[in-house]
Design a protein around this ligand. Structure first.
Ligand code: SF4
Ligand code: SF4
Ligand code: SF4
Length: 285
């Protein structure tokens, strides 16, 4: 008589083994996904295409269709008429091994910057508004205006920028599509030599678009000028600090329910010099 229990036990064992395997794979998949999601979340320096909403809204609005990258003038399928070669790719769609949310468009200026195309073809094709054309429209002309782009802000590291050492370099300045507006060269006397001048790059954060042409052009091994998303590069003083001399800034708090006449500062400016504060608590015999 054959033992009918054995197959039953082994079937059951196989059943539970399968469950354990599936659970293990599920856990492993979950861990991998969690790891990936953490990695993607910890990539706050991602630069998005022109007109992109704030990162959180962008991620919930972008459907990862890739139409922006397909419309980018600077895409490999667009053969350069001068060189006869495919153009390098500005907008890339993130792959699984990249620390950017998978399938979303981004660019890396040190590799390929955004060329600030006058007609901004990448933005109007977005079907969801993740690239907001209103933010790129000049109210005066009601046309798209590349000056309205706010992809990021250039930041200069004075320790590694050789212009701060006194060496003549204006590579970033010359590369900027908004030369002398977004980036200027500030003249400073070189006290070390006493007879030379510094010409230091200085960014106007209200004009810089974050295109990254300067980062791409920088001559140092790791660029001394680089682009950060605006949320990362800029601080925020809070609504309680108001520029009394700036009517626009007063309107900002007027929107918070404060009347313009109420925001005039009444604080008396101290007449003391900085040295007057030194040891003011100390009494001498
Ligand atoms: S502005 Fe031009 S180069 Fe920049 S992302 Fe759009 S299409 Fe590409
Ligand atoms: S076109 Fe818009 S929705 Fe599509 S990938 Fe680009 S940003 Fe996302
Ligand atoms: S990112 Fe650089 S090149 Fe582009 S506008 Fe700003 S300063 Fe000019």
């Amino acid at each position: 008589m054959s033992d009918t229990r054995k197959p039953e036990i082994s079937e059951r064992r196989r059943f539970f083994t399968n469950i354990a395997h599936s659970a293990g794979l599920g856990v492993m998949g979950g861990l991998l996904w969690a790891g990936y999601a953490d990695k993607a979340k910890s990539a706050p320096l991602t630069l998005r295409p022109p007109g992109a909403l704030d990162e959180k809204d962008f991620l919930s609005t972008c459907i990862k269709c890739g139409l922006c990258a397909e419309a980018c003038k600077n895409r490999p399928s667009n053969i350069d008429t001068d060189t006869g070669k495919p153009r390098p790719e500005t907008l890339r769609m993130a792959k699984a091994n990249e620390s950017v949310t998978i399938g979303t468009p981004f660019f890396v200026p040190s590799s390929v910057p955004c060329y600030m195309c006058e007609d901004i073809p990448c933005a109007p094709v977005c079907p969801t508004g993740a690239l907001d054309i209103a933010s790129l429209t000049n109210p005066a002309t009601e046309k798209l205006d590349f000056r309205k782009m706010q992809m990021g802000i250039a930041v200069v590291d004075p320790n590694s920028c050789i212009a701060f050492w006194g060496i003549q370099c204006d590579a970033c300045y010359r590369a900027c599509p908004l030369m002398d507006e977004a980036i200027k060269l500030k003249y400073d006397r070189n006290e070390r030599t006493g007879k030379h001048a510094f010409l230091k790059p200085e960014i106007d954060m209200n004009v810089c678009t974050g295109c990254g042409m300067c980062e791409k052009a920088c001559v140092t091994k790791k660029p001394a000028i680089f682009i950060h998303p605006r949320e990362i590069a800029l601080g925020y003083p809070g609504d309680h600090y108001v520029k009394g001399w700036d009517t626009k800034d007063q309107q900002r708090v007027a929107n918070q329910g404060t009347k313009e006449k109420d925001v005039t500062t009444k604080t008396e400016r101290s007449k003391k010099k900085a040295s007057d504060y030194l040891n003011e608590e100390v009494s001498y015999e």
